[in-house]
Design a protein around this ligand. Structure first.
Ligand SMILES: [Zn+2]
Length: 585
């Protein structure tokens, strides 16, 4: 094996494992995969476009993406299959959609009309398109496969007939996990209990969680469910099947239709989820496919699928780590136009693609984390910029440097970045104060560092646009900064000698300190000078109290509150003339 096992991070370790497994399979121990040999290592993800695809479900794609990308960086061909589970049934009408869409429940997602006003042909395409846009922005390279196209073209016909022939074997596997009722010995329906609504949403996006496994009472077990050819819904029941002729009889509970079809020519239905998934592992030769915690418990589709793929389809189960939920912190209600479900597209409006990639790259899949839509995003960006600086000067830890490299580019090249990445919190403060007024924004940004002034806003984009979107959609009105139009005469008149003196010191130093660094020195230095210390003196506890009082006074005079954006940024943003006027100079 000619792989360089760097062991620096979780991505490398999985890539080692996946490449070794692919080599073991290629060595002929196991023959699997209908796909032509030579396509390289196959990793897979599956997404159900049943509604807005939750930001948490991005992990379903990012985990195999990062592993595939590492394998490609090693020069080994690797295909990342993204199955769009768009032949799944339409299960429920999400919040915010016309309730009359309920009439479509039970149809394939591709047979449901798109939400009103959508330019897309159907429900699945509408939500898939939004996700595809985000995946492109994130630099994720994949081969999308529509399960509707696969099933309705008859691609899986042999696999379906095979599963039907082995229905007793499948039933026996499923039976190992059915919870038996002690009194009757009959299977008891298992209840899955998601922790909260957000987790339920996340679970729903990652495959057909909660779908029944095809157990069908007295008529025997069938792993296949037809969509009724009259009403196109799956409230159907298979009531007979002949292995010789493949004649299948079913009845539809929804419309009363019943018919007998030849399954070897019939492309209007699908294998139940717990059989569908392992069938595809075998069909595609998947070596790596992670799944959410909801799929990994005993009796879950990943565990059951592992037995079905071996015992029924004669192939191997992929390496499939469980990934933990990704939460969201502080997404403002005002931006939840899509029923309160934050999507990757929502995150990419407030943060650059490399930052979002980094959140996934730096955490092992089994570690949960939150994606910040609140003030925390500013701290996160500070951390990101610090890491970039460490990488640039070669002082980053190997694992941190690896996560950084995976975030800023892929095997195909670097992702677009902001040419001049000014601190996000500074940009946020500036656009907060200027309300996105370009000319004013440029004036302030060019004064931040007079030695090396920003010459055009383009240098600061797209980060500037992300900060602006964050301020305007995520920061509540009562936390926005509104600079006073007129001085607070009453407050100014009531100031004691000490306070007046501090304002005088500040105003006298403004011109000589008009830059971000200069004003930082000035605002911290004023209380020191007043206490008889030099501006370089180390702060004592008493001095810190004096600084806090001085800062609160400035905030009150400038923005009418006790707090606000960092003072040097605020002073630059307000402008020297207006600062003088508001501080009574
Ligand atoms: Zn029907």
């Amino acid at each position: 094996m000619a792989q360089q096992s760097t062991e620096t991070d979780w991505v490398s370790r999985f890539a080692d494992e996946v490449v070794a497994e692919a080599e073991r399979r290629a060595a002929g121990k196991v023959t699997s995969g209908a796909s032509a040999p030579g396509t390289g290592v196959v990793v897979a993800s599956g997404l159900s476009p049943s509604g807005p695809i939750h930001l948490g479900n991005l992990r379903e794609v990012m985990t195999p993406h990062l592993v595939a990308d590492e394998i490609r960086r090693r020069g080994i061909p690797c295909v990342h299959i993204l199955s769009w589970d768009d032949y799944d049934r339409y299960r429920k009408v999400p919040a915010g959609i016309d309730p009359s869409w309920e009439e479509h429940i039970g149809k394939p997602l591709t047979a449901v009309p798109a939400p009103p006003g959508s330019p897309h042909a159907n429900w699945a395409e509408h939500f898939r398109a939004a996700m595809e846009e985000s995946l492109a922005e994130l630099g994720i390279e994949y081969r999308g496969i529509s399960q509707t196209a696969q099933y309705t073209s008859g691609a899986y016909r042999e696999q379906i007939l095979h599963a039907m022939r082995h229905r007793k074997d499948i039933d026996a596997v499923l039976d190992r996990y059915r919870t038996k009722d002690k009194a009757t010995g009959k299977p008891k329906k298992q209840q899955q209990k998601p922790v909260d609504a957000a987790e339920l949403e996340a679970a729903e996006g990652s495959g057909a969680a909660g779908e029944d496994d095809g157990s069908a009472g007295g008529a025997g077990y069938y792993p296949y469910k037809p969509y009724c050819t009259v009403c196109n819904k799956d409230f159907t029941k298979v009531i007979g099947y002949d292995d010789e002729t493949t004649q299948m009889s079913y009845e539809c509970v929804a419309c009363g239709h019943s018919e007998t079809v030849a399954l070897r020519e019939f492309d209007h239905g699908k294998l139940v989820w717990k059989v569908d998934w392992p069938m595809r592992w075998a069909y595609e030769g998947v070596v790596f496919e992670p799944s959410g915690v909801d799929h990994s418990s005993p009796g879950s589709s990943f565990v059951v699928g592992g037995q079905i793929v071996r015992e029924v389809f004669g192939a191997d189960q992929p390496i499939g780590p469980m990934y933990a939920f990704v939460g969201i912190s502080g997404m403002a209600k005002m931006s939840s136009s899509k029923g309160g479900v934050p999507t990757p597209g929502d995150a990419l409006k407030i943060m650059e693609a490399p930052l979002l990639r980094w959140l996934y790259a730096r955490r092992k899949p089994n570690q949960s984390f939150k994606i910040a839509f609140d003030q925390e995003i500013q701290r996160l960006y500070d951390e990101w910029d610090k890491l970039a600086a460490k990488v640039a000067d070669g002082t980053a830890q190997p694992a941190d440097a690896a996560a950084y490299t995976r975030a800023v580019g892929t095997a195909a090249g670097e992702l677009p970045r902001t040419p001049r990445p000014l601190p996000y919190r500074t940009l946020a403060s500036v656009v907060d104060i200027t309300a996105g007024h370009d000319e004013q924004t440029l004036r302030i940004l060019s004064e931040l560092d007079p030695q090396n002034p920003v010459a055009s806003l383009a240098e600061t984009r797209p980060r500037l646009d992300k900060a602006e979107h964050w301020i305007s959609t995520q920061v509540p009105a009562d936390q926005r900064t509104i600079v006073r139009d007129e001085p607070d005469e009453e407050l100014l008149a009531g100031l004691d000698e000490q306070a007046r003196g501090s304002l005088r010191l500040l105003l006298d130093g403004l011109d000589d300190h008009w830059s971000l660094d200069g004003l930082t020195t000035l605002v911290y230095g004023v209380p020191k000078v007043q206490a008889g210390l030099t501006p370089e003196a180390k702060p004592t506890p008493e001095l810190k109290v004096a600084q806090r009082a001085f800062f609160a006074l400035l905030y009150n005079l400038l923005v009418g509150r006790d707090t606000g954006p960092r003072l040097p940024t605020l002073l630059l943003a307000v402008g020297a003339d207006r600062v003088r006027r508001l501080l009574g100079g």
